[in-house]
Design a protein around this ligand. Structure first.
Ligand SMILES: [Zn+2]
Ligand SMILES: [Zn+2]
Ligand SMILES: [Zn+2]
Ligand SMILES: [Zn+2]
Length: 219
């Protein structure tokens, strides 16, 4: 039953054991795009009997003389044996039909739908991506990378104009407004942290100085 192993993690059991919709159906999904394909629904003809037997099965339960290993409901027990076999057979048929809708990639072992299959190479499109699609993606990547690089360089160039040694108070101590590093608060006009070097001769200024003691420039 090798097929069951291949499909072990990409199918969903849609079987109904009881009721008017009782029957077998399985949904298989592509490992690559998650698209699903459902096997044709097969009605379970033993369903009516199963639900009928289910009512009387509690009485018969003791006579079976078996410990109910994992059999929690009555229908799982007596009537469930027939259902289980029928389900297994239906699952095998569903897998056989599913083989026509899925391809097993020999490289990555994934089961993929026909749209995710590189028929020319005989492996999946993840392992052998479409050439035209890759070319478009690579072109976009090249464009984005180069624009990002140029934008980075432009940022580096404009960094020359940024006075990194200027002390900045980002929040006004008086009114708590954001200052964006300005000399005066844009909201209340409060004088913020001052340059501590003279703008024209570059010498150190004492705290609170209105003029440079070396060259007389107004600060
Ligand atoms: Zn797919
Ligand atoms: Zn593959
Ligand atoms: Zn302020
Ligand atoms: Zn000066």
């Amino acid at each position: 039953m090798t097929a069951e192993i291949y499909f072990s993690n990409n199918y969903r059991d849609l079987c109904e054991e009881q009721g008017t919709g009782a029957g077998f159906q399985f949904e298989f999904s592509c490992n690559r795009c998650n698209d699903t394909w459902r096997s044709p629904f097969e009605a379970y003809t033993g369903a009516r009997m199963a639900s009928w037997v289910g009512k009387g099965v509690n009485a018969a339960w003791g006579m079976l003389g078996r410990a109910g290993s994992g059999m929690s409901t009555a229908a799982d027990g007596l009537a469930g044996a027939g259902y289980g076999h029928a389900r297994d057979a239906a699952f095998r048929r569903a897998i056989a039909t599913a083989q026509g809708h899925f391809n097993r990639c020999p490289r990555c072992t994934h089961y993929v739908c026909n749209r995710c299959w590189n028929a020319g190479q005989g492996i999946c499109l993840t392992c052998a991506p479409d050439t035209a699609a890759e070319a478009v993606a690579a072109q976009q990547r090249g464009l984005n990378d180069m624009v990002a690089e140029r934008a980075y360089t432009a940022g580096q160039n404009s960094a020359q104009q940024f006075a990194v040694n200027t002390p900045r108070q980002l929040v006004c101590p008086q009114c708590r407004a954001e200052t964006h590093g300005s000399a005066f608060c844009p909201s209340c006009g409060h004088r913020l942290a001052q340059q501590d070097t003279c703008g024209s001769c570059n010498s150190q200024l004492p705290a609170g100085a209105a003029f440079c003691p070396d060259c007389g420039t107004r600060r």
